[in-house]
Design a binder for this molecule. Structure first.
Ligand code: PMP
Length: 409
């Protein structure tokens, strides 16, 4: 049911605070989102009423905790349209999920002379694990380019992905540009050459409807904290047959079947790939975040972000001496903008904005190769989400103008 996004800001207790004696405008959502009271309360309720370890005991509390933990898995499954709940493995976040695949599937399949293909826009989390794997195995790491507006160059992709390619790792949305990448076409190109594809959904799952079966990705990763959920919980989706064949990432409690003096056998999915006590309250909190977004409807979230961008982008384009990275077409992007104001250092811009209670991020955004590609060292990044309003945009644009006047006088 669509509860409507109007006034949802009031559901987020933190957003009513002040920063530097000014009402807060939170525009660092690509780094992490704020949490609605419903998510906070769900975690408190778990600790106050059902806290127990999962999958271990037949006592009532443990059974209730297990039921809630597994319900969260089903919610994630339905949210990204996976075929089965056992295709959802809980991790600490997107970073751990990529490292998981690099050190299991990657280590088992990559040999000298093989190729791993990434895009120049990958977050370090979906780049450095592949870079290190390639180094360790003597494989080659290749980069797919983007064009001047940050659209992925599909012709370049078709050339870079060859019969030697074993793994293609590609984000669905750039965390710097907000540009939406054609992940489905990349998966098709990878499969034509017999490679597998890993999609990074960290910036996509919070803002657009995702269907992993339609994308035909082999693995897909994202973090809970960027979609209203708690930190320390993330998801590794994998096609069942691929997950079945994975060497376990970690060994320990709950992932075994039988342990003898010399050897062990391992349990079924998903527990085979979730060694040790998991982040139970994190998964339950993520489930509550999905419920919250579901009430709003993910289509309404996408449309709302597009409306905000439609309002913001012309105002930014009209500023003097502004370098705006990413697509000029607001239908090709989510609510992330990266810019530079003349020669003013992004940290200086961010500091002036912070004085006015406006929280943005300045820096390389964990995407240094992309910074190099665009020949910049850093940018100011403002990232919008469901609780941001046109008034927030007005204050952001006014503060940018003020920063320009302040540094250029
Ligand atoms: N990929 C992308 C596109 C991201 O934006 C981020 C977080 N900035 C990550 C991966 C890593 O997420 P986490 O730090 O939650 O593991």
């Amino acid at each position: 049911m669509n509860k409507g996004l109007k006034n949802c800001k009031k559901d987020f207790p933190l957003l009513s605070r002040q920063v530097n004696h000014q009402p807060l405008v939170y525009l660092d959502n690509a780094a992490t989102t704020q949490k609605p009271q419903a998510v906070i309360q769900r975690i408190v309720d778990f600790y106050q009423q059902s806290n127990a370890n999962v999958h271990r005991s037949v006592n009532t509390l443990s059974l209730q905790a297990t039921e809630q933990y597994e319900q969260a898995r089903s919610k994630v499954q339905h949210w990204i349209k996976a075929a089965k709940p056992q295709e959802i493995i809980f991790t600490r976040g997107a970073t751990e999920a990529v490292n998981f695949i690099a050190s299991t599937y990657g280590a088992d399949h990559i040999q000298a002379q093989d190729e791993i293909v990434v895009t120049v826009a990958e977050h370090h989390s979906n780049l450095v694990p592949w870079q290190q794997l390639a180094k360790a195995c003597g494989a080659q790491l290749k980069y797919i380019k983007v064009d001047a507006q940050g659209h992925l160059d599909l012709q370049d992709a078709a050339q870079k992905i060859t019969a030697r390619t074993k793994i293609v790792a590609c984000t669905q949305v750039s965390n710097v540009l907000g540009t939406i990448f054609p992940l489905k076409q990349i998966a098709a190109l990878a499969h034509q050459q017999g490679a597998i594809v890993i999609g990074d959904g960290s910036q996509a799952v919070p803002v657009m409807a995702v269907n992993v079966q339609d994308l035909d990705v082999d693995f897909y990763v994202f973090s809970g904290h960027k979609m209203l959920g708690p930190s320390g919980i993330g998801v590794l989706y994998g096609k069942e047959a691929l997950l079945q064949a994975l060497t376990p990432y970690q060994y320990g409690g709950e992932m075994i079947n039988e342990v003898d003096w010399e050897d062990s056998t391992f349990s079924e999915l998903p527990s085979r790939l979730e060694a040790g006590t998991p982040n139970i309250e994190g998964a339950i909190g993520l489930g509550a975040a999905i419920d919250y977004l579901d009430q709003l409807s993910i289509r309404a979230v996408t449309q709302y972000e597009q409306k905000l961008m439609q309002y913001l982008l012309p105002q930014l384009q009209a500023l003097d001496d502004v370098q705006l990275l990413g697509s000029e077409d607001w239908t090709q992007r989510t609510g992330i903008v990266s810019l530079n104001l003349g020669n003013i250092h992004p940290h200086d811009v961010a500091t002036v904005l912070d004085f006015q209670g406006i929280e943005v991020r300045a820096g390389h955004h964990c995407a240094q190769p992309l910074m190099r590609f665009f020949n910049v060292t850093a940018t100011v990044r403002a990232s919008f989400y469901i609780y941001n309003t046109k008034e927030d945009i007005d204050r952001f644009v006014a503060a940018l103008k003020m920063a320009k006047e302040f540094f250029e006088q």
